[in-house]
Write a protein that binds this ligand. Structure first.
Ligand code: HEM
Length: 132
């Protein structure tokens, strides 16, 4: 069970990070084309990221990862970076939705997704670290 959860969380993690990056570029493309602002795709990307975080929390709980034996990178740093990725990205998307100009709104959403992507990469990096 734990091993299955770990493998699922690992591979969905890679998948979600690619989706977030692709959608960030879609947002910048939409800004360039001055498209009308519709947040559906951006919200879907953050919904996937939220699911990934929930899966991580379940894995953390089932595997008892709060015990120090797993090392501080997995016990503290990986979850913290993941939650930060979700929080910062959602905050910037929220700001984009309150922005009047569609071009600026797309650009802000793109920046939010890109920031999330960088933080997700950092989270994956620390989780893959040999001592993590
Ligand atoms: C942005 C969301 C997240 C992504 C993309 C992500 C991705 C990953 C990846 C790729 C791994 C495997 C690393 C490796 O062994 O090479 C991993 C491991 C793990 N993640 Fe996450 N994760 C996320 C959020 C979370 C959260 C929020 C938690 C817990 C609160 C969590 C807990 C764990 C745990 C316990 C492991 C297992 C480490 C091990 O035993 O090797 N993850 N994660």
């Amino acid at each position: 069970m734990l091993q299955n959860l770990l493998v699922i969380h690992q591979w969905t993690g890679y998948l979600v990070s690619v989706v977030v990056l692709v959608v960030a570029f879609v947002a910048f493309g939409r800004a360039k084309d001055a498209r009308e602002f519709e947040p559906g795709l951006y919200r879907a990307a953050f919904a996937l990221l939220t699911l990934q975080v929930v899966l991580g929390l379940v894995l953390y709980g089932v595997g008892g990862y709060w015990e120090e034996v797993h090392g501080p990178l997995i016990t503290y740093v990986h979850p913290l970076l993941a939650l930060l990725a979700l929080g910062v990205g959602q905050m910037l998307l929220g700001r984009a939705r309150r922005t009047q100009m569609a071009v600026d709104a797309h650009r802000l959403a793109g920046r939010g997704l890109l920031t999330s992507f960088i933080l997700v990469l950092a989270a994956i990096g620390v989780a893959s670290w040999p001592t993590g």
